[in-house]
Design a protein around this ligand. Structure first.
Ligand SMILES: *[C@@H]1O[C@H](CO)[C@@H](O)[C@H](O)[C@H]1NC(C)=O
Ligand SMILES: *[C@@H]1O[C@H](CO)[C@@H](O)[C@H](O)[C@H]1NC(C)=O
Ligand SMILES: *[C@@H]1O[C@H](CO)[C@@H](O)[C@H](O)[C@H]1NC(C)=O
Ligand SMILES: *[C@@H]1O[C@H](CO)[C@@H](O)[C@H](O)[C@H]1NC(C)=O
Length: 460
């Protein structure tokens, strides 16, 4: 048992996904094209002070403003050797187009696509939007659990026998949607649970940065408690670098770094994690803004990503100093007066995704034509790209790359959250390596091994 556990640990450590969320539009709702995605993926892989951000979570399979054209993040991921947590936008009646785009992607890109897909998410925060909190927050159209279960079955049947056959299928939602027992059929239907949680928005509780790590860990534990033996993947979390406060939570670069150090650093390399997010501030800056590179897509982040201070005393010192002004230090959920539940949109449980960047737009559609910007939660973030750079949107041009062509420099693309990719490390079969960079070729065999070890453990 001990050996088996060690083996499982060693294997899974190799296969862990680490990346960002990426929408299919820029902040002005203009489309992201292949070169834009390539530039984001490349920047993610080459961020100063860190490494390993080689995976991209998408919210939709559909290129922005098309009916069901395949999102250009897929050829971009192939070009940049970036793994994918794919997403299908399930709300708003567009599933048939999502499924059509999924089929087209499989037939067009086949094995080189399949080997990059670490997972597929059927939906994003659809249950949240249908919840009491989501309705109060006017978050948009959602999906009920039974329909999600049907969609999951459809996706299973579509990928059977294809290059994506081994991709584990999940669903992404706010953690308090997972813990709502009315949604248990979805837990039963998935292979893994995608956790979205933002202590920043848990404004009915004491949610200053000094409470954030504890709130995050509590919400993950609550999610795991309903997950049974299924994995919980961290599909969205982050802390804004700018914007209005939410309860005791203050948006600032300093606090975003503390959250990265205390919450992100222990996750990276250990738990599948897609941070929210690389960039959301091009060409305009949303409120709040979560992007770690600011308005210029550059490999130089707004704060030190090196994780050097993780778990050190200095970070907690930083925490207290950062939060000293403001709130009463209460840790135990004292509700800040003046922020009645619902007033700020964050519900009791707090995982509330109302912020603009990347959240579902009107009527829950994730694509559409400019008029209704539908931007699924968490839009754009990119993970590792290699060095050839592609377009930089607004003029940012990150240094390194050579820009290959693409997108115009005017910076118009939009990324709205759809699209995701999943790669199954596990699933993927072929050889070329899911994880960019290192470990090429290991992924597929590793994942098979992981499955085998879990089976062995279960038998014990
Ligand atoms: C729990 O989930 C059900 C089904 O998705 C939803 O209708 C209900 O509003 C949720 N409860 C709360 C308190 O949000
Ligand atoms: C973090 O640690 C690495 C390795 O010790 C070091 O090279 C780097 O300069 C450190 N970064 C910061 C910002 O201290
Ligand atoms: C959303 O759907 C409602 C009902 O179908 C429709 O009247 C409304 O125009 C839609 N809004 C948008 C922004 O598409
Ligand atoms: C968006 O819709 C408008 C009005 O229907 C149309 O004129 C325009 O061409 C559409 N744009 C795209 C990119 O489809």
């Amino acid at each position: 048992m001990q050996l088996a556990a060690l083996a499982a640990f060693a294997i899974s450590a190799e296969a862990v996904s680490q990346g960002f969320n990426y929408g299919n539009m820029f902040a002005d709702d203009s489309s992201k094209f292949q070169a834009d995605f390539e530039e984001e993926f490349k920047v993610a892989k080459t961020l100063v002070g860190t490494s390993g951000f080689t995976s991209a979570r998408l919210y939709t399979m559909i290129q922005a403003y098309s009916t069901n054209d395949v999102i250009q993040a897929i050829p971009a991921a192939i070009a940049q050797d970036t793994t994918l947590l794919l997403g299908l936008w399930a709300s708003g009646g567009g599933m048939d187009n999502e499924l059509a785009a999924l089929k087209t992607a499989i037939s067009t890109y086949g094995e080189e696509f399949g080997k990059l897909v670490v997972g597929i998410s059927v939906g994003s925060e659809d249950l949240y939007r249908n919840s009491v909190e989501g309705v109060e927050a006017d978050a948009g159209v959602g999906v009920n659990p039974d329909d999600l279960v049907s969609y999951i079955k459809e996706v299973r049947s579509i990928i059977a026998g294809t290059s994506l056959a081994d991709a584990p299928i999940g669903h992404v939602d706010t953690w308090d949607s997972w813990t709502n027992s009315s949604n248990s059929a979805v837990v039963e239907a998935v292979d893994w649970l995608g956790f979205d949680g933002y202590p920043f928005f848990q404004s009915t509780m004491a949610n200053s940065i000094s409470d954030a790590k504890e709130l995050f860990l509590e919400s993950v534990e609550k999610t795991k408690s309903v997950a049974g033996d299924k994995e919980v993947w961290i599909t969205e979390t982050g802390w804004p670098v700018s914007g209005d406060s939410e309860g005791e939570a203050i948006a600032s670069i300093e606090n975003a770094k503390i959250y990265w150090d205390e919450v992100g650093c222990p996750l990276f390399g250990n738990t599948n994690t897609w941070w929210y997010l690389l960039q959301d501030a091009s060409p305009t800056t949303p409120n709040p803004s979560f992007g770690i590179v600011g308005s210029t897509l550059s490999t130089t982040p707004l704060f030190d990503l090196s994780c050097n201070s993780t778990s050190s005393a200095s970070s907690s010192a930083a925490v207290s100093s950062a939060t000293a002004s403001g709130s009463s230090s209460g840790h135990s959920g004292s509700k800040p007066s003046g922020f009645p539940a619902g007033a700020t949109g964050a519900g009791a449980a707090g995982a509330k995704p109302t912020f603009t960047a990347g959240r579902g737009g009107y009527n829950g559609t994730a694509y559409g034509n400019g008029t209704f910007s539908v931007r699924p939660s968490g839009s754009a973030s990119g993970v590792g790209a290699t060095s050839s750079g592609a377009v930089s949107g607004s003029g940012s041009g990150s240094s390194s790359g050579s820009s290959s062509g693409s997108s115009s420099s005017s910076g118009t693309s939009a990324s709205s959250g759809q699209g995701s990719s999943s790669s199954s490390a596990a699933a993927a079969a072929s050889s070329s390596g899911v994880y960019t960079g290192a470990a090429n070729g290991l992924a597929s065999s590793l994942s098979g091994a992981v499955v085998a070890v879990f089976v062995a453990l279960a038998a014990l």
